[in-house]
Design a protein around this ligand. Structure first.
Ligand code: ADP
Ligand code: AMP
Length: 214
């Protein structure tokens, strides 16, 4: 099963993608997590990506595509994947469609997690991320057992630099201009499914599994 998660930054794509990955036994691939891991390791790619991410801008398509096409070659992608944060532009979506069709394949679902902008700022200012394993929490809606510590790996939880309010506004702007057009793109392919992302985490997941299990 090959799934793309769509939605604004902070809509809950990563939260749901992790649950989908675990239930259906497919890898969760987050380009944001891969960029952050590269920044942490101090790689060349990380250095290049950081400059864009800190501004709330997108990393150029060329860099992002190189990274994701490389990731698809790994053995765990054989039975599909759930993509989170990729594609984010029409050229990225077109490159993905082409790469899949060259192998005689296609995406099965594009799931749009809908959350209005006014809820997003709250979600992102309360988000805490584990820099070790990519785990995501929220200080109110999904608090870790121990404040500041990742339940899964014991790593330190931090407020991402790009979740600061001044950057969130820019990221929402970038989402509306560059990423939202993907909703129509995937509607045109007949694979778009919409879920209400303002519900509780478990309820949103129930709505998604109802779609995937049909
Ligand atoms: P995205 O991957 O779309 O950027 P995340 O999955 O990281 O979003 O979620 C953003 C923040 O909102 C996190 O702090 C997460 O714990 C919280 N969150 C996710 N889903 C919900 C939900 N349904 N209700 C309330 N908070 C949520
Ligand atoms: P995320 O973790 O998905 O919120 O992504 C964090 C940041 O990483 C984004 O604001 C972008 O700067 C960058 N990024 C992640 N995925 C992509 C992508 N597919 N294309 C371009 N930039 C991306």
């Amino acid at each position: 099963m090959k799934i793309v998660m769509l939605g604004a930054p902070g809509a809950g794509k990563g939260t749901q993608a992790k649950m989908i990955a675990s239930k259906y036994g497919i890898p969760h691939i987050s380009t944001g997590d891969i960029f952050r891991a590269n920044i942490k390791e101090g790689t060349e790619l990380g250095k290049k990506a950081k400059a864009f991410m800190d501004q709330g801008a997108l990393v150029p398509d060329e860099l992002t595509l190189e990274l994701i096409m490389d990731r698809f070659k790994q053995a765990d992608c054989a039975n599909g994947y759930v993509l989170d944060g990729f594609p984010r532009t029409i050229p990225q979506a077109e490159a993905l469609t082409k790469a899949l069709s060259d192998e005689g394949g296609k995406l099965d679902y594009a799931i749009n997690v809908e959350v209005p902008d006014e809820n997003i700022v709250n979600r992102m200012s309360g988000r805490r991320a584990c820099l070790s394993c990519g785990g995501t929490y929220h200080v109110v809606f999904n608090a870790p057992k121990k404040e500041g510590v990742c339940d899964a790996c014991g790593g330190e939880l931090v407020l991402r630099d790009d979740d600061k309010p001044e950057t969130v506004a820019k990221r929402l702007d970038v989402y509306h201009t560059q990423t939202q057009p993907l909703i129509d793109y995937y509607a045109g392919q007949g694979i778009l499914k919409e879920v209400d992302g303002t519900k509780e985490v478990a309820e949103v997941f129930g709505d998604i599994t109802a779609i995937l299990d049909k």
